[in-house]
Design a protein around this ligand. Sequence first.
Ligand SMILES: *Cc1c(COP(=O)(O)O)cnc(C)c1O
Length: 420
Amino acid sequence: MRHFDFKDGELYAEGVALSRIAAEVGTPVYVYSSATFERHYRVFADSFSGMDTLVAYSVKANSNIAVLQTLAKLGAGADVVSGGELARALIAGIPGARIVFSGVGKTKSEMSDALDANIKMFNVESLPELHALNAVAMQKGVRAPIAFRVNPDVSAGGHEKISTGKKENKFGIAWSGAEQAYAEAARLPGIEVVGVDVHIGSQIDDLAPFEAAIVKVAGLITRLREQGHTIRAFDIGGGLGIPYGDNGRTPPQPSEYGALVRRLTADLDVQMVFEPGRMIAGNSGILLTQVLYVKQGEDRDFLILDAAMNDLLRPALYDAFHDMEPVCAPGPDYTSHTYDIVGPICESGDTFAKGREMPELSSGDLIVIHSTGAYGAAQSSQYNTRPLVPEVMVRGDEYRVIRERPTVMDILKTERLVDW
Ligand SMILES: *Cc1c(COP(=O)(O)O)cnc(C)c1O
């Protein structure tokens, strides 16, 4: 069931008309469906039913604390990549025991905070990081539970900016050095080895790379155990793709992914940890925006929106495709028109779509940019001194503003004129 649907010719988020949110909160604004978040989480978690698993939602996909709270209530854990995300997860009610900490550049103060929160494990990405963590843990008189993020050197396809599991990527410990890294960790008094971690990329629409990675890591786990290490957790990372509607390919269903993991890890005797981000959040949100102007160019027409690349970076950063449609369904005999759809920012990259066919639109019309619940608001900035785009969460026929639109004075509050 879709939760962004037309009723009487108008697009709704669950039971709330998007035109109402536009009138009351203003545009641009992200609108999330709590029912969709819940459904995606359940579908994902249920595909591993009966297995010992932890679903650690990847906070960076959509880090709003109300989103984390919604998932926490269902039992979700969190995969965090900074001290800031750790704070968000804890405030939202996710217990430390369900938090894993990923990322290539954790600082000592972030390590310290995570140790204080008794997190489940650190996914360590280099030997220098291992030694820093050992020092922080020893100072506290504790042992830091770790997995190494190993780089299985499998190609996951997708855009080069979201592929992470090849040996030329900055992520993880090289496959050939993995066993040595574990031997090193075993010698450190502030470190407790508990698992193995991989994350091979994002927006993966084929199960083959997951299969290749799981088979390789299963072999590594067997060898590590033979070498005397205790491996209780196998963190397979995130990366399951979602349909954006651009390439005609359908990503695998979570149930197919679940069946694959079940088959390949049945005899491994580990807790499987998953870090889904996009799969949970991507289609749980839309960006609601208004047409400011229709500009007739020399060889093409432009729709100039009030949303821009600072609000939604994906098209500029990854050449990402997003479906768009008007909030008011066009009549049966509408004419369509081809537009370049752009934002107001002074960058040619501020383009959401080129040559996109849409019903003919005019100034003041509302449109939605679909599939923007993940890597949308979380990547937004105040470039061009455009206040951060607000976020709204819908539940049934109610909604709440879960991030307010700052005023320009809010933005300027942290800046100082110099006194010389
Ligand atoms: C980004 C990221 C994820 C989430 O990826 P999705 O494609 O959104 O599922 C999970 N784990 C790590 C380490 C990441 O960097």
